[in-house]
Design a protein around this ligand. Structure first.
Ligand SMILES: *Cc1c(COP(=O)(O)O)cnc(C)c1O
Length: 310
């Protein structure tokens, strides 16, 4: 067993914007599962690492953007458990001056320090990354590997995410989770009790998620997506969002990332203010991690002379 199943702690949130409301908000600190294999990426990698070992494959290959939490987590997992790792990264230009790229990108710097080897590809190649031809060209270049899809989502990942909720979590009425590819919420939906509802907060625009999630869930229909809190799209942020993240941290001591959990908690707080949840509801938000992305986002914000995450 590479990653032992663990239960993360749950904290009740006391936040001025939702004081004296008739609902209670809690957060499950999956971000604390591991210092580097953080949050839902821990859950998603767990059974993929086991499967890779079972298939006697010593190299993991996966895909991601230049600031990807999944890339960072896969590099750390490979480093810890003796897998070679290859990251196929979107952005051919990043390979032109590798030293400079690493200098300006904390995520790739971290992955490189954990021995990940990179293949920087054009946006066009990145789009066809799952085609048999492209995979064959990668095999020619790197030899045999265990392939983990972008964002880590496959059946093994969903199985790992089914371990996020435990029997004790049955006391919550709503389970809220940020969404990228949909793998994490699929696992959560599969482990819901019949009286519970899941609400997913997509961190990006697009209408493919309903379909993606339906591929992985067993038969539940007690879930929904709230598509109103993507803030313009993937990795897009606003000053309002950054201010919110900083205020939330100041009052609760809980750090949120700007790509996923910040948007989700903003959404939950907004829904509470608007009276969306019925009186007495207990809401559990899943902190899926992603905190490694703050440094990279701050560099971008600084370049644009905008307020940063503190
Ligand atoms: C990757 C990630 C997500 C999205 O998970 P999916 O399974 O792709 O939906 C959510 N939150 C954080 C912090 C992440 O890093």
């Amino acid at each position: 067993m590479f990653l032992e199943n663990k239960n993360s702690r749950i904290q009740q949130i006391h936040f001025s914007e939702i004081e004296n409301r008739d609902v209670t908000l809690f957060i499950k600190r999956e971000d604390e599962l591991h210092p580097f294999i953080s949050g839902n990426k821990f859950r998603k990698l767990k059974y993929n690492l086991e499967e890779s070992a079972k298939q006697n494959k010593s190299t993991l290959l996966t895909f991601g953007g230049a600031y990807s939490n999944h890339i960072a987590a896969t590099a750390a997992a490979g480093f810890n458990f003796d897998f070679k790792t290859i990251g196929v990264i979107r952005g051919h230009e990043l390979g032109n001056n590798f030293a400079e790229t690493i200098q300006n990108n904390p995520t790739l710097k971290f992955a490189s320090a954990h021995n990940m080897q990179f293949e920087f590809v054009s946006r066009a190649d990145y789009r066809i990354k799952t085609s048999p031809e492209f995979i064959a060209s990668l095999k020619e270049k790197f030899g045999d590997f265990y392939l983990i899809p972008e964002g880590g989502t496959n059946n093994f990942a969903v199985k790992g995410c089914e371990e996020i909720l435990t029997e004790e979590d049955a006391k919550y009425d709503f389970i809220c989770c940020a969404i990228g590819t949909g793998g994490t919420i699929s696992g959560i939906i599969n482990s819901l009790k019949s009286h519970q509802k899941a609400i997913g907060f997509p961190a990006l625009k697009g209408d493919f998620l309903q379909h993606e999630i339906n591929k992985y869930i067993l038969k539940q229909n007690n879930w929904s997506l709230n598509i109103n809190y993507h803030f313009g799209g993937y990795a897009k942020v606003s000053e309002e969002l950054i201010t919110f993240i900083n205020k939330f941290k100041r009052e609760t001591k809980i750090p949120l990332d700007p790509i996923y959990t910040g948007k989700m908690v903003f959404g939950i707080v907004d829904l509470i203010k608007n009276g969306f949840f019925e009186k007495g509801s207990k809401i559990l938000a899943i902190h899926t991690g992603g905190l490694q992305g703050i440094e990279g986002m701050n560099l971008l914000l600084k370049k644009k002379n905008l307020a940063q995450i503190v």
